[in-house]
Write a protein that binds this ligand. Structure first.
Ligand SMILES: [Fe+2]
Length: 189
């Protein structure tokens, strides 16, 4: 869910726990399954590490005062997946967006509010409808794949939030994990 305005960070430094996650993701991606089962397996592999104190190096936990911040944690050499940490200060959010690939998001610290949308074609032009809003605490996993992956995420809490995201693409080369953004629909629709 990395948005264009996110501040990119590539601070060096991995951890044994992060290396373990990377190895598990590599094994799953190597099975060459369809996107949705791949995302669900990656989510299951990530879940047990969320909230662990040693998962992230300290520089990867730093936010930005103006916008949520992305830290690139791993870029698979063959481009098949990427892992980033997103750091959100209170109130920071993404636009409504979808993704270039399957996507797994796991909350590592704090809590995130996620609004999920679908496109409804019941009139002259398709429209976006909010169908679900969930509060994701530490340990929560969201595993999604296009189509049907339109959402917006924000830190609705009073403290810093950090989430780990795995994408089935080289987001560093692409510049973003976002395929497109959408204007917010009117309230109540
Ligand atoms: Fe996203």
């Amino acid at each position: 869910m990395t948005a264009t305005p996110a501040s990119a960070g590539t601070a060096a430094g991995s951890t044994p726990l992060l290396d373990s996650v990377t190895g598990a993701v590599r094994e799953i991606v190597g099975r060459r399954l369809h996107p949705q089962p791949t995302a669900e397996l990656v989510g299951a592999a990530l879940r047990g590490h969320l909230g662990a104190p040693g998962l992230l190096a300290a520089p990867h936990c730093e936010g930005h005062p103006d916008r949520y911040r992305q830290h690139l944690l791993h870029r698979e050499p063959d481009g098949t997946f990427s892992i980033v940490a997103l750091v959100w200060l209170p109130g920071q959010r993404t636009p409504i967006h979808d993704h270039v690939s399957w996507c797994v998001a796991g909350v590592h610290q704090g809590q995130e509010s996620e609004q999920r949308y679908r496109v409804v074609s019941d009139g002259p032009t398709p429209r976006l409808v909010l169908f679900e809003e969930v509060l994701n605490p530490v340990g929560a996993i969201s595993a999604i794949a296009p189509p049907g992956d339109i959402h917006r995420v924000r830190n609705a809490g009073a403290a810093k939030a950090i989430s780990i995201h795995v994408y089935g693409a080289d987001v560093a080369a692409l510049g973003s994990s976002i395929r497109r953004t959408y204007p917010a629909p009117p309230e109540g629709t």
